[in-house]
Design a protein around this ligand. Sequence first.
Ligand code: AMP
Length: 218
Amino acid sequence: MNIIMLGAPGTGKGTVSSILKEKLNIAHVSSGDIFRKFSNEDSELGKEIKSYIEKGNLVPDELTIKMIQERLKEKDVENGVILDGFPRTEAQAIALDKILEEEGKKVDLVIDLNSPKEEILDRIVTRRICPKCKAVYNTKLNKPKQEGICDICGSQLYQRDDDTVEKVENRIEVYKTQTKPLEEYYEKANKLMKIEVTEKTGTMAKEAAEQVIEKIKK
Ligand code: AMP
């Protein structure tokens, strides 16, 4: 089963992906995590990638597609994958269809998470991440047992450099102009499952993941 997670920053893609990974026993590939790893390296490529992430802009398609193509060759994705943060442009979506088709595979389901902007901003500035196991916490809604420390692996949590109000505003704009049109792309292909993640109805990442599991079981 190959699943795509669509959704603006802070809508819960990472958390839903982690739950689905456990329940469905398939790989979780986050393009943002791959790029963050590169951006920490002291190389020309690392510096180039960092310059895009820092501004909240997208890494160019050609580079992004190449990275994902390489990642999809690894053994752990054989049984299926949750793609979290990829594709983000129509060119990436078309390339992904082609990559999968060459392997006799396809995109099975696209989860499209949406949240009110004020909740996104609040969730992102309070988000804390484990650099080692990538677990995601929140200083308000999902606190670690010990402040600043990962419950799972004991590492020191950190706040992403691009998780500031100013940068998130840009990331949301980039999402609207470049990624939102993918809803139509996957709607036409009859693969889109829209979920509203909001405190207003109590549908948070956990409940969203439950809805996905229900749909898959049917
Ligand atoms: P994320 O962790 O998904 O919020 O991604 C962090 C940053 O990595 C984004 O703001 C982009 O700079 C870059 N990035 C992640 N995925 C993609 C993608 N599919 N295409 C282009 N840039 C990406």
